[in-house]
Design a protein around this ligand. Structure first.
Ligand code: ASP
Length: 348
């Protein structure tokens, strides 16, 4: 849609950014739509139109679950042709999971979806809420000379950086720059001007229609290795009923203890059809199976490399693939080794 004034849909799901302090009691409570409008009234003088909808009730992001991802993705899908971009207000705690999930659930996305939140609620001294919100709206409405969206993917804007959503991780419960994208450069940096880096942006094929996927399977588990982990612990986790996939959190470049029992337990799981993906415990860098002898037993056990994917993106990708490709383990394994929407770096 190319029109003089971009139109943005603001969707408030909850979190600190959706809260205001009650002047009488001092307690934090969810804001109403008029409060949001007052708070960003500067926009009335700008060339950007917007509408606001709010989840009822708005929730702390610790309560956001796959059914809320589906609700959010469905709202965006249904309103897709009515807006030029979307801004999602969301608690910071699980924002990276929601951003990652949306990137898989909305295939062939060609419009911006910017998630943002804040460390302090609206209206309190030094709050980061207004800046984050106004800049997120500006980014969601940004278009190039041809009238095309500059960043038509799911992103997270926080403090001064715009990140690809499925590359982000919450890294601070204290600082205003709460998010990081350890393995991918920011798509834009907001200073006096907003500087965009279009060569880093993921563009979907504009001729393909948006597709909504809402079938999610949560039969997954994270198994974090640590020095001294016992065979009983590993075997118990691998025999959880209905288990379909395991994220194996390994050391360094994807290494694990070389005990025979570990290789055997993992081989038995993969032979039963359980998918095991190797994800490093390091925040930056990638899994390189076979680089050290200590990852060779994982290779022979049929473990798949997660390369440089984040935990948030890997879990949501697994949940999406297991849901959508139900029962087709081979296809799920193949797609896990591909980058679907820029979530990992794959050498071609
Ligand atoms: N607990 C809040 C949430 O994630 C924290 C925040 O919004 O920053 O909903």
């Amino acid at each position: 849609m190319t029109q003089a004034k971009p139109l943005i849909l603001l969707i408030a799901t909850g979190g600190t950014i959706s809260m205001v302090r009650n002047p009488k009691t001092g307690a934090l409570q969810p804001a109403d739509i008029d409060t949001f409008k007052d708070y960003i009234s500067e926009l009335d003088n700008e060339d950007i139109g917007y509408n606001i909808i709010a989840f009822n009730p708005m929730v702390d992001s610790s309560d956001v679950n796959p059914s809320m991802w589906s609700k959010l993705a469905t709202i965006i899908y249904n309103e897709y042709n009515n807006y030029d971009g979307f801004v999602v207000l969301h608690g910071t705690d699980t924002m990276a999971y929601t951003a990652s999930a949306l990137s898989f659930m909305l295939e062939n996305l060609n419009k911006p979806i910017v998630l943002t939140g804040s460390q302090l609620p609206m209206g309190v001294l030094r709050s980061d809420a207004r800046e984050n919100l106004l800049t997120a709206i500006e980014i969601a409405s940004a278009r190039d000379e041809e009238g095309d969206a500059i960043v038509p993917e799911v992103t997270v804007f926080f403090e001064d950086k715009l990140f690809r959503g499925n590359r982000t991780t919450k890294m601070s419960a204290e600082h205003f720059s709460a998010f990081a994208s350890f393995n991918y450069e920011p798509l834009a940096v907001a200073g006096v001007h907003i500087k965009y880096y279009p060569h880093l942006v993921h563009y979907s094929d504009p001729d393909k229609p948006l597709r909504l996927h809402t079938t999610i399977c949560n039969d997954v588990v994270v198994l974090q290795l640590f020095p001294g982990i016992s065979e009983t612990t590993v075997r118990n986790i691998l025999s959880i009923p209905n288990l379909k996939a395991v994220v194996l959190e390994t050391f360094g470049a994807g290494n694990a203890p070389s005990d025979q029992w570990l290789g055997d337990a993992l081989s038995e799981a993969t032979e039963r059809g359980v998918i095991v993906v190797n994800k490093t415990q390091c925040l930056a860098g990638a899994v390189e199976m076979g680089r050290y002898a200590t990852s060779l037993n994982l290779v022979s056990a049929g473990v798949i490399s997660g390369l440089d994917i984040t935990m948030e993106a890997l879990l949501t990708k697994l949940m999406y693939l297991l849901g959508e490709k139900e029962g087709n383990t081979q296809i799920v394994k193949q797609l896990l080794q591909k980058s679907l929407c820029g979530e990992m770096t794959v050498d071609e």
